[in-house]
Design a protein around this ligand. Structure first.
Ligand code: GLN
Length: 479
């Protein structure tokens, strides 16, 4: 059994054919992940007890002839901004170094109920703020394809774990690109579902109107099944959608002939030549499959970065107010008064990027500036959503780059926040509009760095998005 290349189907086959038990697989997977983690630092913690208990449960069900669930025995990694009962959840922050949540996120509960085995919690930028995983208090993650480069962020640990083969699938979170961008940098599939498709209950809030939980996997098929398991209405999240969840895998039938695809003009101008060439190659493959590709325009794109960094920081400044030394967090030892305790705890606990965003977000929400920044940004957000609605009147799906460049070197952009923010230019628009979007591998640069193709569809049309991505993957699009 080659752990690093397992798929969900292969795990099912192995368990049913009694080639291995869930306990054997889990034990081997944990050992493999621990060893490999020395190379990438993708995991912050391993949840060994919980994994072994879940594996025994799967074996018991199999022995009794019960259905152990669609994810039975599958090793899963969970980004450390998603809470796990009894398993430390740090959000990549020093502040939460001792935080043991008393409950599970809905997505976690659902994937365990489906038989999934949570091996551990993955490294990420502090409170999911970043594009390189360098903002983690637990050290940077290394890209398995080039160890001197970043895996992308903020779900860098989840993307690296799946790419490295220490988990079959993983959960990430995306507020402005944090699933798709690391998926692109690490050469795996990453999916940001429609806003509200997956419950946010138990996802630590960064920017609540933009936050999503979504899957990372080595194939479209596996990503589709993981989404299937975690999606659907949850009474514990009032923004979760009451929309039926289709059988995503049933749509992976290769039927893409005649699909109308739009290529946004504004997304092609700042690409490095190698990324541009790979995107052009992907478009050619899609045309060969019978899709009709035409150029479209998303005119508000130029304002997207400014709009996102006003809205996201405004919401973050409010959401991060709860980390005050009273609940959840470590508490500063040096405090004479309550106000001092707040100030010292937050001053010592938050990293530079979180502090920058709290200040920026507080500023754009303050009396006198609210109308000029926050309100303006909300209006621009509507324009961006309208751009997509107009485009989808003409085309069935949009294809685009994920990032202007492939994985960059560790340290290359960390001292230049503006350069870092610009790496999100093609991903934040999908989050602002709340539409489903994903990254699927579309080849590698001469240096061997993976590049992803982004696919975006209308709200709740994940099935169509998966169908297109799967047809592309089957046509060898990623090689
Ligand atoms: N890179 C973006 C940011 O830093 C997106 C992060 C995310 O999606 N969580 O805000």
């Amino acid at each position: 059994m080659n752990i690093a290349s397992l798929t969900i189907d292969r795990v099912r086959e192995g368990l049913r054919g009694r080639e291995f038990s869930s306990l054997e697989l889990t034990t081997a997977a944990l050992q493999h992940a621990r060893e490999q983690n020395r190379i990438t630092n993708a995991y912050i913690d391993f949840s060994e007890d919980r994994a072994l208990t879940a594996a025994r449960r799967v074996d018991e069900k199999l022995a009794q002839g019960e259905d152990p669930g669609p994810l039975a025995g599958v090793p899963v990694a969970v980004k450390d901004v998603i809470v796990t009962k009894g398993v430390r959840t740090t959000c990549g922050s020093k502040l939460l170094a001792n935080f043991i949540p008393p409950y599970d996120a809905t997505a976690v509960e659902r994937l365990e109920a489906a038989g999934g085995i949570i091996l551990g919690k993955t490294n990420c930028d502090e409170f999911a703020m970043g594009s390189s995983n360098e903002n983690s208090a637990f050290g940077p993650v290394r890209n398995p394809h080039a160890l001197d480069r970043v895996p992308g962020g903020s779900s860098g640990g989840s993307a690296a774990a799946v790419a490295q083969g220490t988990a079959v699938v993983a959960l990430g979170s995306d507020t402005g690109g944090s699933i798709r961008q690391p998926a692109s940098f690490c050469g795996v599939v990453g999916v940001t579902p429609t806003y509200g498709r997956v419950s946010r209950y138990g996802l630590t809030a960064f920017a609540s109107s933009l936050d999503h939980i979504g899957p990372l996997a080595r194939s479209v098929r596996d990503a589709a099944l993981l989404l299937q398991v975690i999606a659907g209405r949850d009474p514990l999240d009032s923004t979760s959608a009451d929309a039926p969840v289709p059988d995503f895998r049933a749509h992976l039938d290769g039927q893409v002939k005649g699909l109308k695809l739009g290529l946004p003009r504004e997304y092609l101008k700042d690409l490095t030549s190698e990324t541009g060439d790979l995107i052009a190659g992907a478009v050619k493959t899609l045309s060969k499959l019978g899709c009709e590709v035409r150029e479209i325009s998303l005119p508000a794109t130029d304002y997207a970065i400014a709009c996102y960094y006003v809205i996201a920081t405004a919401e973050a400044s409010s959401n991060l107010a709860r980390y005050d030394g009273v609940r959840y967090t470590i508490r500063s030892a040096s405090a004479e008064s309550l106000t001092d305790m707040y100030r010292n705890t937050r001053g010592e606990g938050f990293g530079a990027e979180c502090k920058r965003r709290i200040m920026l977000g507080t500023y754009v929400l303050s009396a006198g500036y609210y109308d000029a920044y926050y309100l303006k940004a909300q209006k621009v957000r509507t324009l961006i959503a309208r751009d997509f609605a107009n485009a989808f009147a003409e085309v069935d799906a949009i294809v685009a780059p994920v990032s202007p460049f492939p994985a960059f070197k560790i340290g290359e952009k960390i001292d230049d926040p503006m350069a870092m923010y610009l790496s999100d230019i093609y991903t934040i628009t999908g989050d602002l509009a709340g539409i489903p979007c994903m990254s699927v591998p579309c080849g590698k640069t001469a240096e061997g760095l993976p590049v992803g193709l982004q696919i975006l569809t209308r709200h709740f049309e994940e099935a169509r998005m998966f169908r297109l991505a799967d047809a592309f993957e089957q046509a060898g699009g990623g090689n």
